[in-house]
Design a protein around this ligand. Structure first.
Ligand code: C2E
Ligand code: MG
Ligand code: MG
Length: 695
């Protein structure tokens, strides 16, 4: 666009030049003085030179000026290249003649085209080569400005002005219009990056060419902006680089935090050991490998014994400390190929690939047990704990993760119930025992809902001095629809484990109180599990039942066991204190079994001791149980406690117990536990049969 504009500009300047030369001429050709002077011919040459020649040169920059008479003979010539008039004109005559001829014809014909506006007289002009220069040549008649001098049309003197287009003109163009490198050339020899514009005569032939380097505002803008653009580009690059760096940093962090999250998802926060999810994966993987070999694999389930007690008595931070140290010991004992995981509060598991499980597992378990027996240092305290271990082995016990873990868990259960601090290898008998226990639990729930299967029987207690019935002990009975009678020695521990003991205990107490309301002279003994005693609502529930049945609290004696009391002593004591305050009495059942010792008797606030039947059955044998029982009775009396002997089966036993001062007797010799109706008849409520035979 800029180039086209420049070309149009040059064309316009040249056409303006043609008009302005003619206009310049008229300042002297339309003038009476000139008409008069030219008629004087060469005589007026000085005047002509001053007014029509050199003046035009100095004032308008014309390069040549000629005056022709009516016969077209030059009477005056001015040229920047000085020559005599005739000679000078002769040099340009060939090219100028057609213009001169054309003008004279028009003057003769009175053709006034082009006259008007600024232009006062007709004229002829064209582009042509004059004396080796491209030039604008303009021819004008010299006419009167007043009209007072007569002239014959076509016979006027003519003034010719020449203006070269190279030289000064080009320099002016260059300077005034900023045409870079503008030059004139006869041929269009524009170099690369230049343009050539032909100078066309009216006939359309090229007189020559103006050649210049066109103005390119685009590239100028570009070159001006280049540093800025480079700067912006550099800045953009820098920004991108910074962004890339930031993204890289972020993604590195993201990868790290993802890895951290994955670690946290698969590890236990407290010990850093793999958690259950990771253990599952590890075991699956190990079992996968096992399929291709003849090796075996052991799964060890570990559970810290009585961990809850550590937590309860020393606080949770101490419990956490114990877990951490315990985990550390396990890690030390494990080999590179073993997996140690923590899968629950105090539950750990080991996956142990081995050649021969039968030979390797026992020593490993013994090492673990021995290591754990060493005291743990928790906050400066020496803590003694033990661990129980259940073991299952692949492929003997299965090749499936869930099956192996279930069996290790069963073995653990057995290790616990066999007394803790030991390990047990899974055996199929364990499984069926466990299934049987589960079955009992299910059936017991059904029995509780139906009630028809459960009943309470009563075993009388006899005064040793006169053999009268002083009370009864309520004993739970369960007649299973398929299995028949099931001993409470079997289902009570299961009920204790599963929480069913609470509704069971409730049932017994309500039944017994109701029955005992018919036996106002007897005391009522009811067995109470430690699980029930731990429940803070227990005392209130007993009180409620007593009120509902109208039994005086003084008639009720609750039987508790010593070993059960040692756990959770606090909560049990709380209930016992409340119940004692009501007037209810307590008996220590099965005394002499478990951890009982004579020395600890005073720790328990009880009113009676029931001497375990294992002592009574030992009478007459070498162990010397008679002496022990005598010592118990003496000590109890010294403390103001009553004694009852359990499991009296022979009259010798009964006689001996009477002799050493035992207060009450209970046993098959006297009566088994019998239904409520039989107690009624024993008491003579419907006859005196039972008492007579017993006596
Ligand atoms: P226990 O409280 O020591 O009850 C005495 C057990 O000894 C009863 O067994 C009774 O039948 C038995 N027995 C009584 N005299 C003799 C005898 O001369 N020789 C022999 N060999 N045994 C005799 P039972 O009824 O099988 O109860 C077993 C245990 O189950 C009870 O021991 C008691 O600890 C528990 N139990 C029974 N009923 C309940 C209950 O309602 N609640 C709770 N928590 N435990 C109960
Ligand atoms: Mg009892
Ligand atoms: Mg007992």
């Amino acid at each position: 666009m800029a180039m086209e504009r420049q070309e149009r500009l040059v064309t316009l300047i040249i056409s303006n030049l043609r008009a302005s030369i003619a206009y310049d001429q008229e300042s002297v050709t339309v003038w009476d003085d000139s008409v008069v002077q030219v008629r004087r011919g060469e005589a007026a040459s000085d005047w002509l030179d001053v007014n029509l020649g050199s003046w035009m040169h100095t004032y308008f920059g014309h390069d040549g000026a000629y005056v022709l008479d009516p016969a077209n003979r030059p009477i005056y010539a001015f040229s920047v290249t000085p020559t005599k008039a005739q000679d000078a004109y002769r040099l340009i005559e060939p090219v100028v003649a057609p213009l001169v001829k054309d003008l004279r014809q028009r003057l003769q014909a009175g053709d006034t085209s082009g006259v008007g506006g600024r232009m006062l007289s007709p004229g002829a002009a064209d582009l042509m080569v004059v004396q080796g220069h491209p030039a604008v040549v303009s021819v004008k008649p010299i006419v009167s400005d007043s009209g007072e001098i007569d002239q014959i049309p076509g016979q006027e003197y003519l003034h010719i002005a020449v203006r070269y287009l190279d030289g000064n003109f080009i320099n002016d163009l260059k300077q005034n219009y900023l045409f870079e490198g503008m030059r004139f050339a006869w041929q269009n020899n524009a170099a690369e990056g230049e343009v050539g514009l032909p100078l066309l005569s009216d006939a359309g032939s090229a007189v020559g060419y103006f050649i210049w380097r066109p103005y390119r505002p685009g590239s100028a803008v570009l070159s001006d902006l280049t540093p800025l653009l480079l700067g912006v580009f550099g800045l953009a690059l820098l920004t991108i680089a910074v962004l890339l760096y930031v993204i890289h940093q972020r993604s590195t962090k993201l990868v790290a935090s993802e890895a951290r999250m994955e670690y946290l998802a698969l590890h236990d926060a407290l010990t850093g050991l793999p958690n259950r999810a990771k253990f599952d994966d590890a075991l699956d993987e190990a079992l996968g490998k096992l399929k291709q070999s003849s090796d075996s694999l052991a799964v060890l389930y570990l559970d810290i014994d009585r961990f809850k007690q550590v937590n309860d008595t020393m606080g949770h931070p101490a419990g956490d400390g114990l877990i951490r140290s315990f985990a550390e010991r396990l890690r030390e004992l494990a080999r590179e190929t073993d997996t140690v995981a923590r899968i629950g509060g105090d539950e750990f598991v080991l996956v142990v690939p081995c050649r021969n499980a039968g030979e390797e597992i026992e020593p490993l378990c013994n090492r673990i047990l021995a290591s754990v027996r060493q005291p743990f240092d928790i906050d400066g305290n020496q803590v003694f704990v033990s661990v129980s271990i259940g073991v299952s082995v692949a492929p003997a016990d299965g090749m499936e993760r869930t099956e192996l873990t279930r069996k290790a868990d069963i073995a653990l259960y057995h290790a616990k119930s066999a007394g803790r601090g030991r390990y047990a290898r899974f055996g199929n008998a364990m499984d069926s025992m466990l299934q049987a226990r589960r079955q009992i639990e299910r059936d017991l729930r059904v029995a509780l809902a139906r009630k028809g299967e459960l009943a309470v029987h009563y075993q009388p207690l006899y005064s040793a001095s006169d053999m009268s019935i002083t009370g009864v002990e309520a004993l739970l009975r369960w007649k299973h629809p398929q299995k028949g009678w099931i001993s409470p020695a079997i289902f009570v521990p299961i009920a204790e484990e599963t929480g069913l003991i609470e509704p069971l205990g409730d049932f017994v107490l309500r039944e017994a109180c109701q029955a005992a309301s018919a036996w106002p002279k007897l005391t009522l003994s009811v067995n109470v599990s430690a699980i029930e005693l731990r429940n803070p609502a227990f005392a209130a529930r007993v009180a409620e039942t007593l009120v509902a049945s109208g039994i005086k609290p003084q008639r009720l004696e609750l039987e508790v066991t010593e070993s059960a009391l040692s756990d959770h002593a606090g909560q049990c004591e709380e209930n016992m204190r409340a119940l004692r305050a009501l007037g209810i009495r307590f008996a220590l059942d099965d005394f002499g079994t478990g951890f009982s010792s004579l020395g600890r008797l005073q720790d328990f606030e009880v009113d009676r001791i029931k001497i375990d039947r294992s002592f009574i059955s030992g009478f007459g044998k070498a162990k010397g149980d008679e002496a022990i029982v005598q010592a118990i009775v003496d000590l109890a009396h010294a403390k103001g406690l009553k004694t009852t002997a359990e499991g009296v089966e022979t009259s010798e036993q009964g006689d001996y117990l009477k002799d050493i001062g035992c207060d009450e007797l209970q046993g098959f010799l006297l009566s088994q536990a019998v239904p409520q109706a039989e107690i009624n008849s024993l008491l003579g409520l419907k006859g005196k049969r039972g008492v007579a035979s017993a006596a």
